[in-house]
Each structure stands twice: as structure tokens, then as C-alpha cells.
Design a protein around this ligand. Structure first.
Ligand code: ATP
Ligand code: MG
Length: 429
């Protein structure tokens, strides 16, 4: 018995129709990134496993249980499908010495892979748009990232749906002091810790604050706050970021429990969240990672960045009035007969030379059946070619989306008429 072939669980096909929404979203994103001077970087989807272990941290959800890792049997190397984009960007910046003449503003877009339990807004292959600014110290870039994300939500019409949560993780010394306090606090409440939290108590106690377990929310809410351990420079950095947001009129909430699921952050961390997507409410997240470049072997360079989940943003957009229509073709060519078929190919190429979008009927059938297809294609015109048109080197043009007579014209005239109708589009019935 044969079993039907199916896509891997949690990995989605993006079908025509849906892809129009992706294309419109991507076009908005590219224009938005250009407005801030960011340049695209494309890195491989596979990297050496060690990159993610070192960058993201061994005791994190991603590295402990979410990575697609396998041994390349041809040479025994351990490889991993990228679960996020920052590690690869930093690796590439170091490998190609991108920061040799100063800071760089980079962005990427593409699929990421995490072996999670699939549910709405959580997939095993999902897509991120990520932004990284490397080689910049000081709060300006943190503020730039918050202003630019706020602008994108406005441009997408999502400003009402998404709010900003902000925190600071300070510097390593403050986190070390805080770590000790946190361990003492959780040790005093051992009974209330779930299995994950107990396992992480000594290896990565901050991560416990990130728990999604409802039973632990009160415990976590009453935990000591990192905010109270900050040293003066970290405090000043955070104050400057808050000031920048106030100056720009962007509302935010300081959330002292926001620690992010990756180890590389310091100082500013933030998430943009919505209430409209159930549990999967974070649509964009990021922060500063001043030590990652050095940690991965580069010359020390401060940096910050963020990534947004494209599926979650598209789900939000689908609920709003955001529509992405596919542009219909200018013409659909129907043709019956051998001579007509040959001429139709020529007509199609000539019209495309003139810059028109043309669909050529395929698969034969009567005029009537082909005209049905032409109509269903939503093309603006049918170009009709029978053997006598072909013999005369002419064609018949029939408007499909507006009133008007069918007319028989030469090829050049047809191109002119189709172009004219494109620049004066008629309302669709
Ligand atoms: P979450 O808390 O929802 O698991 P995360 O902290 O693991 O998110 P990040 O690593 O910060 O997520 O990734 C940035 C963004 O990518 C998230 O805010 C989210 O929008 C999106 N994202 C992360 N994991 C997934 C997934 N499995 N499916 C779809 N989108 C995801
Ligand atoms: Mg996660």
C-alpha cells in the first residue's frame, strides 16, 4: 500500500494566493529597511553545530531541545539547520572582516528551523526578518531599532495591535550578582519549581524567569529584580533608551521578567507583543549583544539587533483590512488549430517584448472551453487566434473585465491597446 507523501510536520507550503501576501509584506520590509540604510546579507541555512552552541548558549530551549542537528555522513561533521539568524550574521561578519572600517547595518530574511510542538503561530520551519547593527556602542542604535520597528507597525497598520515591552539585563557583573540572589530565592521555593526550572536552577537561573508554565507565574513575578542590581553605566544606557522612546512618543512597559530565550544579550532587551494571537503573542524580539562578536572569535564589537516572526505578523495582517491582490495578467491568449498555436507563441513573445504580462493557453480544447479559462484567469483581455487570424497575421481582442466589442487588429495595434488599457484601468465588475 502506498502512503501519500506529505510535507514534514510543522513545515508549511506557502501556496499561490498566500504568497501574494508574503510578497507584499517583503516589499514593505525592503523599502522600510532601505529607509534606515540597512543592507541585506544572505547566509547559508546550514551551519556547524558549534556556532549555535557557542552563540545561543548550551542551557537554552533552542540548544537543548529545538535544533535540527545531524551528522554529515560524508565527512562526519555535525551540522545544524539554523534556528535563528544572529549567530550566522556574526560568524559571517567575522569571517569576512566586515567591521574592518566601522559599524555595519545588516538585515536578512528567510526560513529558520526549530523542533517545537507545532501549533498556531509556532512552526518547525518559520520565517524571520532580522536586523543586526554591529560595531555600534551607545544607546542610539537600540533606540533606532525601536523607532524603526514602531514605524513598520504603523506602515503595516498594526500600531494598535502591538505593544512594546522593555527590560535591561545590565552588564555581566550585575547579572552575576543577580544570579546568586535569584538562586537563593528559588532555593527557598524549591517545591514550586517545575522540572525545567529545577534543572536550570544552577546552570541558567535567569532562564527560569522566561518560563511559560502558568503554575510558576506568581513565583516568578515575586522574584528579585535585576533592575535593582544595575551599575551606573547600565542604568544610564537604559535611561537613555527610555528617553529616546519618550522623545519619539512611543509607549512602552518595563517588564523586569523579560530575559529572552538566548544567552547572548546584555543591557537592552525588548519584545513587541500582541494579544490577538493567543499564546504565540511575541511578533518581534531583540536586544543588545555586546560580547557575542568577541565570544565567537572576532575583535570585540558592540552590537544589537532583533528578529520578527513573519508568520505571526501575516496572521495579524490577515485579521486586518490588509489585502494583497495578485496583479491579473494583461491578456490570456486562446488559440485553436495548429497554425494558430504557432502564431500564438509569437504573439505572446511580442506582447511580452512590449512589457505586457501574458498567459498562453495550454492543453488544447474548444474556443468555448478556452474562453472559460481566460475568464477565470482574471486577465483583462482575451487574445483570440484562429487559423484565419493566424493566416492574416492578426488577432481578435476581447475585453473580459469591462464592456466593449471584440475587435480584430494587427499585432502592433494590439500591444498599443493593451498598454493603454493598463494605464487607464477600468473598474472591475
Ligand atoms: P517564543 O517565546 O514565542 O518561543 P522566542 O523567544 O523563541 O519566541 P526568538 O528566538 O526571539 O523567539 O525569535 C524571534 C521571533 O521569531 C519571535 O518573536 C517569533 O515571532 C518568531 N518565532 C520564534 N519561534 C517561532 C516558531 N517556532 N514559529 C513561528 N515563529 C517563531
Ligand atoms: Mg521559543
Amino acid at each position: 500500500m502506498s502512503t501519500a507523501l506529505r510535507a514534514v510536520r510543522g513545515m508549511n507550503d506557502i501556496l499561490p494566493g498566500e504568497s501574494a501576501h508574503w510578497a507584499r509584506f517583503e516589499a514593505c520590509v525592503r523599502a522600510w529597511l532601505a529607509a534606515y540604510g540597512y543592507r541585506e546579507i544572505r547566509t547559508p541555512i546550514l551551519e556547524h553545530t558549534g556556532l549555535f552552541q557557542r552563540a545561543i548558549g548550551e542551557v537554552t530551549d533552542i540548544v537543548e531541545k529545538e535544533m535540527y542537528t545531524f551528522i554529515d555522513e560524508l565527512n562526519g561533521e555535525s551540522l545544524t539547520l539554523r534556528p535563528e539568524g544572529t549567530a550566522s550574521c556574526v560568524r559571517a561578519a567575522i569571517e569576512h572582516n566586515l567591521l574592518f572600517d566601522g559599524g555595519k547595518r545588516l538585515w536578512y530574511m528567510g526560513p529558520m528551523f526549530r523542533h517545537e510542538r507545532p501549533q498556531k503561530g509556532r512552526y518547525r520551519q518559520f520565517h524571520q526578518v532580522g536586523v543586526e547593527a554591529m560595531g555600534f556602542a551607545g544607546p542610539e542604535l537600540d533606540i533606532e531599532h525601536l523607532l524603526m520597528t514602531a514605524r513598520l507597525w504603523r506602515e503595516l497598520g498594526l500600531a494598535e495591535a502591538i505593544r512594546l515591552e522593555l527590560n535591561t539585563l545590565g552588564a555581566a557583573e550585575a547579572r552575576a550578582r543577580y544570579r546568586a540572589k535569584l538562586i537563593a530565592y528559588f532555593e527557598a521555593h524549591l517545591d514550586a519549581l517545575d522540572e525545567d526550572a529545577r534543572r536550570r536552577l544552577y546552570s541558567n537561573p535567569l532562564r527560569i524567569l522566561d518560563t511559560k508554565n502558568p503554575a510558576m507565574q506568581t513565583l516568578v513575578a515575586e522574584a528579585p529584580r535585576l533592575m535593582d542590581e544595575l551599575d551606573a553605566p547600565a542604568r544610564a544606557h537604559f535611561d537613555a533608551v527610555c528617553q529616546g522612546l519618550a522623545d519619539a512618543g512611543i509607549p512602552y512597559r518595563v517588564n523586569p521578567r523579560l530575559v529572552r530565550g538566548l544567552d547572548y544579550y546584555n543591557d537592552t532587551v525588548f519584545e513587541w507583543v500582541t494579544d490577538r494571537l493567543g499564546a504565540q503573542g511575541t511578533v518581534c524580539a531583540g536586544g543588545r549583544y555586546d560580547t557575542l562578536v568577541e565570544q565567537l572569535g572576532g575583535r570585540p564589537a558592540p552590537a544589537c539587533g532583533f528578529a520578527m516572526g513573519v508568520e505571526r505578523l501575516l496572521a495579524l495582517l490577515a485579521e486586518s483590512a490588509w489585502v494583497a491582490e495578485e496583479t491579473p495578467a494583461d491578456a490570456y491568449i486562446v488559440h485553436v488549430g495548429a497554425a494558430a498555436a504557432r502564431f500564438a507563441l509569437r504573439v505572446g513573445e511580442r506582447l511580452r517584448d512590449a512589457g505586457l504580462n501574458v498567459v498562453l493557453h495550454g492543453g488544447g480544447g474548444s474556443f468555448k472551453a478556452q474562453m472559460k479559462k481566460a475568464d477565470a484567469s482574471r486577465a483583462l483581455y482575451a487574445v483570440i487566434i484562429g487559423d484565419d487570424e493566424a493566416a492574416a497575421g492578426e488577432l481578435s481582442l476581447k475585453p473580459l473585465r469591462q464592456a466593449g466589442e471584440q475587435q480584430r487588429v494587427g499585432l502592433e495595434r494590439a500591444a498599443e491597446l493593451l498598454k493603454a488599457s493598463r494605464s487607464h484601468p477600468h473598474p472591475q465588475p
